[in-house]
Write a protein that binds this ligand. Sequence first.
Ligand code: IDP
Ligand code: MG
Length: 155
Amino acid sequence: MDNDRKEKTFILLKPDAVQRGLTGRIIARFEDKGLKIIAAKLVQVTREQAEKHYGVHKGKRFFESLVEFITSSPCLALVLEGRNAIKLCRRIMGSTDPMDSEPGTIRGDFSLDVKHNLIHGSDCPDSYAHEVQVYFTPEEILNYRLELEGWIYYA
Ligand code: IDP
Ligand code: MG
């Protein structure tokens, strides 16, 4: 069942999240929901990484400004794991344009501009596979069990 898939997702807290001191509050939302942090790294994103990460947007009018923004100051890169993590994290993040994001979502509560929308999250398993290797080596992604997992999942 799609809903029961244990899945990994790649999350990048963008420079505005780090500069505004919002990383702790954003991570808390994922932890509160029951997602597990399995990799974390503060990273000064290079142009090469940014262009790889956002390769699907190359040629779009906002591509250059996006690359410039993401490389302008450190980001916090994360891999989260949990049931249906990709779709779930996208829902917790809210829509791309914060003017459309629902209150209660990260973008809906903390941002109001599409460029300064605080957070990236993979949108499908193929995107995750592409993005995670731009920022992490396989050894940096840990496999461990949270003691509370049995209290969060039925299994
Ligand atoms: P997503 O981050 O919700 O997956 P995408 O469509 O993949 O949204 O776009 C990637 C990022 O590019 C967005 O998070 C946003 O920061 C930026 N972006 C998207 N559309 C625009 C736009 O119209 N103007 C400026 N920046 C944009
Ligand atoms: Mg996207």
